[in-house]
Design a binder for this molecule. Structure first.
Ligand code: HEC
Ligand code: HEC
Length: 366
């Protein structure tokens, strides 16, 4: 018995051990007694292949055919739209508790960095001035009122400054996330009566909420206490850059997601309700801290409020925007000329709008 064992070591194991130590780095594959089909002749992706007329090794699917499992004829499910291309109102998959929890899980993986764990737009990107475009809160009326298909489309196709998550998130999970976003929206918009149906301690919730609000107000107060902060065009330019305003606003007259800042100050700004305002300092300030108050005509109401900026920061940005305009500074008193342009429905600042629409230069960075 013993002899066979030694013989085995000498005859088989030893040469194998020695063969595996080749003493230097080698480009060749390691000793591989059983090849299976690990190394064989084949074409790499995108490789040239003279066999076919078009010299491509990668072949197109045969015309008129669809690979098994790739038929995406169900538009509602795959694209979130109806036959007439409008968004579907409700998610096509059946809504179950586990489906919703799947959505929570995926939401927390993919959406929280920007939209925040509660969907309030306070993701981690907002904490350190990372220079990201802030994501909107889901708890605004506009987004409460959009259809499920619209939110699905946002995930699948991206929207303006938000990239598409189609590569990362499979179709079913996208719908699960939509369901969870809906749940988040309800969670932040429940009436007291609705809450009473559950076994929760409303009084302590209210107390907690008030404490949070107080802390927020305090932080805001502290942030705006930098009255000594210098106000200058240069500082404004830096702050605008740090806050990624340029992702949506150009300074060269071109139209991007939002209106250009070139010649904005002092212009007559048509609004989406048909009225017109003079773009003076006050209008600029309001546009920054409460963008939804007046929506510029022809633009999506997609800017989030930058009310976390301090006064001197906002004033610096205003100075910067002013420096980009050659127009006469607006008169102190509001003139009545506004009504005229409003009633004709003509944008008062036709040069800017015309220029803007011709030069559709995309500054969008995913
Ligand atoms: C990298 C940051 C980021 C991530 C991650 C992100 N978003 Fe967004 N999202 C944005 C930004 C920025 C906007 C605003 C885009 C704009 O208006 O230009 C936005 C807008 C939206 C909107 C509103 C669209 C509108 O009409 O204004 C929805 C809904 C939305 N995101 C859902 C999601 C969901 C769901 C996820 C997770 C799958 C997600 N987002 C992940 C940054 C992000
Ligand atoms: C996600 C895109 C986006 C970002 C980022 C953004 N804005 Fe806007 N902004 C818009 C859009 C869209 C409008 C037009 C709709 C409206 O009036 O709300 C607008 C309007 C404005 C206006 C009024 C312009 C006009 O022509 O009437 C000002 C001023 C403004 N933004 C300043 C800023 C500043 C300052 C920042 C950075 C701190 C900023 N915006 C960041 C999208 C954005």
């Amino acid at each position: 018995m013993k002899a066979t064992k030694y013989l085995f070591i000498a005859a088989v194991a030893l040469p194998m051990i020695l063969a595996s130590c080749r003493g230097q780095i080698s480009e060749k594959p390691p000793v591989h007694p059983n090849m299976n089909m690990d190394q064989q002749k084949r074409f790499e992706p995108q490789e040239r292949n003279e066999f076919f007329d078009d010299n491509r090794a990668m072949r197109q699917p045969v015309e008129g055919t669809v690979a098994r499992g790739n038929l995406k004829a169900d538009k509602a499910y795959y694209q979130g739209i109806n036959e007439d291309s409008s968004f579907v109102d409700e998610i096509p998959p059946e809504l179950t508790k586990s489906f919703l929890y799947r959505g929570k899980d995926r939401y927390e993986v993919f959406c929280t960095p920007c939209h925040g764990i509660a969907g309030d737009g306070q993701g981690i990107i907002m904490t350190n001035n990372y220079g990201f475009v802030p994501a909107p809160s889901f708890h605004i009326d506009r987004l409460r009122n959009v259809s499920d298909g619209y939110i699905y489309s946002t995930i699948a196709n991206g929207i303006r400054n938000m990239p598409s998550y189609a590569q990362q998130i499979p179709v079913k999970d996208r719908w699960a996330i939509v369901a969870y976003v809906r749940a988040l929206q309800q969670s932040q918009n429940a009436t007291e009566e609705e809450i009473r149906r559950y076994d929760v301690d409303i009084a302590s919730m209210q107390e907690e909420y008030q404490q949070q609000q107080a802390a927020l107000a305090e932080a805001e107060e502290a942030a705006s206490q930098d009255e000594g902060g210098e106000v200058s065009v240069e500082r404004g330019e830096t702050i605008a850059a740090d806050n990624a305003c340029g992702a949506c606003h150009s300074t060269d007259g071109s139209r991007t997601v939002g209106p250009t800042w070139q010649n904005l100050y002092g212009s007559e700004r048509p609004l989406d309700d048909g009225s017109t305002v003079t773009a003076d300092e006050e209008y600029l300030r309001e546009s920054i801290v409460e963008p939804s108050a007046k929506i510029a005509e022809g633009f999506p109401p997609s800017m989030v409020p930058y009310d976390h900026l301090s006064d001197s920061e906002i004033n610096s940005i205003i100075e910067y925007i002013k420096s980009l305009s050659d127009l006469e500074p607006p008169a102190e008193e509001d003139s009545e000329s506004n009504e005229e342009s409003a009633s004709t429905g003509q944008p008062a600042d036709t040069t800017m709008t015309a220029e803007a629409s011709t030069q559709k230069k995309s500054l969008l960075v995913p």
